[in-house]
Design a protein around this ligand. Structure first.
Ligand SMILES: Cc1cc2nc3c(=O)[nH]c(=O)nc-3n(C[C@H](O)[C@H](O)[C@H](O)COP(=O)(O)OP(=O)(O)OC[C@H]3O[C@@H](n4cnc5c(N)ncnc54)[C@H](O)[C@@H]3O)c2cc1C
Length: 553
């Protein structure tokens, strides 16, 4: 838990003088509104004289949670990310403030490491502090059994959006919130965003737009477009932006990728006690934004084509088009489903593809089944065993040791709550509204069994996310993208390679389109290797852009 001291900083008079050039000085009377709760792309407010008051919405209503005196600044992480501001800032006593507009603030952070260190450290600590205290301007009113619960909650959790959650069945608060806004029960689910905005029965895309997660204009250009913001894409965004390239990184879900679904990554350098995938993604996203990269999600790339001699046009699923001279394909891979008809009906309602605190909270003290025999299955099982009554680990192979690291196998074998069931397939799923049980069959004897288990976690390996790439781009038989010397000369010719040099190590058969991380043929499917590839690809991009000279207009 962060301390009160960590959530504040006092700028010296000399620093205040320097900061003045980034903003405008305003005089205000006590009570003047400076930033509204829930405002998008909010300004950063530095107090020059008098003081400002900070109010936040809590379960007990709106409360004054702090005040900023001369040299201190108001604002939460949203002044950097552009998302909705968590608090309302008012002038507390007559005085002057320095208002740094959102875009100027981003420029200040990207261009000045002294101020960037201070602001990013304090803003990150404030976000942690306010999460701990339960401050949230986003309120979701929805019945627990509503079909859309999982999708909305998943989006909020994956993007780290602080929110409060009310089920009308749990008490009168939901009713009061609805009545205050003239809403009725048949309009659920409802999302209340700050002081003024209400979304009725929003889709995840509408919610994302309402939260300020996707403010990308049609026709936007960048030096580099990064498709996929898993560890590889985020690393590419951090390195490219920090080295002066303009970067837009997109993701069809949220930053974090597969790693974001991992409850604990224990083998990533520098985190001796492990780090959750979500936390790693959150930190990397802030780091990329600090250097000026735009991270946009949920936004799906649906096609890519040539745009003149030196540029590419990326088509998004919603019709928008983006242009750049270099593209990093970091779209990773996605989990395989069980080959059982109708499985989609249970996804998010009993079937899950990752074991994070959110899923753990859902299954509470119940029995759960994990299917798979790779390291991700092992990690998931161990994590779930810390909350669930019992974890059944089902897999097709004869032994976990064929595919899982020895340290994980030992932990599974020694765990009192874990039952290991080899040579077995899950062959049937049951349940009305949600999963309530499953049938499994032994591969050796053919004997079938039934388990009243409403939580099934699938860790079955992954296929590359490459259907959006042009069919001329050279891939292997499973769809993983070939790069560098993996591409045979004849394949290069067929793909239309026109340069008098060969593709660099992560370059695909299309010049200046690179593939890194899990989506690349031959990659080591690990967080560290994806991050490594995302980092080093940037030097290849610099060289390739230098070959073609001018920037995109
Ligand atoms: C549960 C689990 C636990 C794991 N634990 C570990 C571990 O402990 N240690 C370790 O080293 N590795 C671990 N891994 C593996 C590791 O997470 C992956 O190797 C790593 O995430 C790959 O990173 P990536 O950036 O290449 O791709 P991904 O992480 O797959 O990210 C790709 C991103 O691209 C997005 N995307 C896909 N298509 C599109 C599109 N058309 N438009 C826009 N965006 C798109 C996806 O939404 C996704 O966010 C684990 C994996 C899982 C599933």
């Amino acid at each position: 838990m962060v301390s009160r001291a960590e959530v504040n900083h006092n700028f010296t008079d000399a620093e205040l003088d320097e900061l003045r050039s980034f903003g405008t000085i305003e005089s205000h009377k006590a009570g003047d509104l400076l930033v509204e709760e829930g405002a998008m792309a909010p300004d950063c407010i530095v107090t020059l004289s008098g003081h400002t008051d900070i109010f936040a919405s809590t379960d007990e209503g709106r409360k004054r949670v702090g005040w900023m005196e001369r040299g201190q600044f108001a604002g939460d992480l949203s002044v950097l990310t552009g998302q909705r501001h968590l608090s309302r800032v008012e002038m507390g006593a007559d005085g002057e403030i320095l208002r740094i507009a959102h875009l100027d603030f981003q420029r200040l952070i990207a261009g000045n490491s002294h101020y960037s260190d201070i602001f990013v450290r304090v803003l990150s600590a404030r976000r942690e502090f306010s999460n701990h205290r339960g401050f949230a301007v986003t309120i979701v009113v929805v019945a627990a059994m509503d079909r859309s619960v999982y999708a909305l909650r998943d989006l909020l959790m994956k993007h780290g959006v602080a929110h409060r959650w009310f089920d009308p069945a749990d008490g009168p608060v939901a009713g009061h919130l609805m009545a205050e806004r003239g809403l009725t029960g048949d309009q659920l689910p409802v999302v209340i965003l700050g002081a003024a905005d209400v979304l009725v029965q929003p889709t995840p895309e509408q919610l994302a737009a309402g939260l300020g997660l996707d403010l990308l204009p049609d026709g936007a250009t960048a030096d580099v477009l990064v498709v996929g913001s898993g560890p590889g894409g985020l690393a590419a965004a951090v390195y490219a932006a920090s080295e002066g390239l303009t970067v837009i990184a997109l993701d069809s879900l949220a930053p974090g990728g597969q790693a974001g679904t991992s409850s604990k990554i224990e083998n990533y350098l520098g985190f001796p006690t492990g780090i959750s995938g979500n936390e790693l993604a959150r930190r990397a996203t802030v780091q990329a934004q600090k250097f000026g990269a735009r991270i946009v999600a949920p936004v799906r790339a649906s096609a890519i084509g040539r745009d003149g001699d030196d540029a590419y046009c990326l088509q998004l699923a919603d019709g928008r088009k983006l242009r750049s001279r270099a593209v990093v394909v970091a779209s990773g891979a996605q989990y395989q489903r069980l080959p059982i008809e109708g499985i989609e009906a249970y996804e998010g309602r009993g079937i899950y593809y990752g074991a994070t605190p959110m899923e753990a909270q859902l299954c509470g003290d119940a029995e759960v089944t994990v299917v798979g025999s790779g390291n991700s299955a092992g990690q998931g099982a161990i994590y779930l065993a810390s909350v669930a009554k019992k974890v059944h680990v089902i897999f097709r192979r004869g032994s976990l040791r064929e595919t899982m690291s020895e340290y994980l196998v030992k932990r599974l074998e020694e765990h009192p709550n874990i039952e290991i069931i080899p040579s077995t397939d899950v062959v049937g799923l049951h349940g009305e509204e949600r999963l309530s049980g499953l049938t499994y069959r032994c591969r050796e004897t053919g004997a079938e069994g039934h388990c009243d288990c409403g939580f099934l976690f699938l860790f079955l390996g992954a296929n590359p996310n490459t259907t959006w790439l042009p069919k001329e781009m050279v891939c292997d038989e499973r769809g993983f993208v070939k790069t560098g010397t993996d591409i045979a000369p004849l394949e290069l010719v067929k793909a239309g390679w026109s340069l008098d040099r060969m593709p660099s190590r992560y370059e695909t058969s299309w010049p200046r389109i690179y593939a890194i991380g899990d989506v690349r043929k031959g990659s080591v499917k690990r967080v560290a290797s994806s991050v490594g590839e995302g980092s080093v690809v940037v030097s290849d991009i610099h060289q390739a852009l230098a070959e073609i000279g001018a920037t995109l207009s």
